[in-house]
Ligand binder design. Structure first.
Ligand SMILES: [Zn+2]
Length: 206
């Protein structure tokens, strides 16, 4: 009987201890609170970290967005400046073409004027040479033209006179004779008369 009581007491003790243990486990107040706070703080830290991570993500996102918008702006400006650049190049090429055409037309005009002046000079020279030829022919035909020259001869003195000589009026009619010489010049006619033995009157040659 004593033994069973002892056993029962022991069982009761074990039960109580077990109970105590179980209760104590569930209410480890200060330690568990510390743990909790640690957990809390860890979670806070985690949260903070997460927040800061979020923030940094936000920041990086923001800066990424800024970068993107900057690139967009740049590309927009490029896009905007491209037509300007293009129109500038077109204007430049238009001006170059214009100046090229002007230079071309200037050269054409120059060459046209040169050609014109060459032709004018040529026609001037042709006209000059035509006139020279004409005057030469006139001179030639004049030189070849035969004229009649009349002289009065004094058959007694063998002197010949020009028609208008004053000595002719004083001449005796019996010594007076008319002669007509055909020659190209007066000098030639005189030479012809002199060849017949006559000499020129002193009054006529004055
Ligand atoms: Zn005379």
């Amino acid at each position: 009987m004593k033994r069973s009581v002892k056993e029962a007491f022991t069982l009761f003790l074990v039960f109580v201890m077990c109970l105590f243990t179980v209760t104590g486990c569930s209410s480890k107040t200060p330690e568990s609170s510390t743990e909790n706070s640690v957990v809390q703080s860890t979670s806070d830290t985690n949260k903070k970290t997460k927040q800061s991570t979020d923030e940094s993500t936000n920041l990086s996102e923001k800066s990424g967005q800024q970068e993107q918008s900057k690139l967009k702006e740049e590309s927009r400006l490029k896009e905007q400046s491209r037509p300007q650049e293009q129109s500038k190049l077109q204007e430049q090429s238009r001006l170059q073409e214009q100046s090229r055409l002007q230079e071309q037309s200037r050269l054409q005009e120059q060459s046209r004027l040169q050609e014109q002046s060459k032709l004018q000079e040529q026609s001037r020279l042709q006209e000059q040479s035509r006139l020279q030829e004409q005057s030469r022919l006139q001179e030639q035909s004049k030189a070849q033209e035969v004229h009649s020259y009349e002289f009065i001869l004094n058959t007694k003195t063998n002197v010949y006179h020009l028609h208008e000589c004053t000595a002719v009026k004083k001449m005796n009619l019996e010594n007076k004779s008319h002669i007509t010489i055909k020659a190209k010049t007066k000098q030639e006619a005189c030479q012809q008369i002199e060849a017949q033995g006559y000499h020129v009157c002193g009054i006529c040659t004055r």
